[in-house]
Design a protein around this ligand. Structure first.
Ligand SMILES: [Zn+2]
Length: 121
């Protein structure tokens, strides 16, 4: 008995059987692919869990220390935030105009940065 096969997502019949890569339900005729069925929820749609990556693809997390990879212009500051500036204790936020990191930069105070302009230290 193939008791490991999933129930039909349409009618919850337990009589589904494998036909090639698909699963087929003889009760309602529904055909589906077990692999795509399993992969969908893992995509994280509507989970509210957002992955923020730095300039080179490292995943960032709250509390990380990052290094600014390029000089960032700051209003009211002649030189801006220089490339190589270390920023401690970042906080990931919902993007504001493309800025998704909330942090404090020495000498500048609270700032919003773009994850694409920093690198995990
Ligand atoms: Zn069915």
């Amino acid at each position: 008995m193939a008791d490991s096969l999933p129930l039909c997502p349409e009618c919850s019949s337990e009589h589904a059987y494998e036909m090639g890569a698909l699963l087929v339900c003889p009760m309602c005729g529904h055909e589906w692919s077990p692999s795509s069925e399993a992969a969908e929820p893992a995509d994280g749609e509507g989970e509210g869990e957002r992955v923020v990556k730095d300039a080179v693809g490292n995943v960032l997390a709250d509390g990380d220390t990052v290094v600014v990879t390029t000089t960032i212009k700051v209003k009211g500051s002649p030189q801006g935030i220089k490339a190589g500036t270390k920023v401690r204790g970042i906080r990931l936020i919902d993007p504001v105009n493309g800025h998704d990191i909330d942090c404090k930069v020495d000498g500048f105070g609270a700032m919003l940065l773009k994850s694409s302009l920093v690198k995990k230290a």
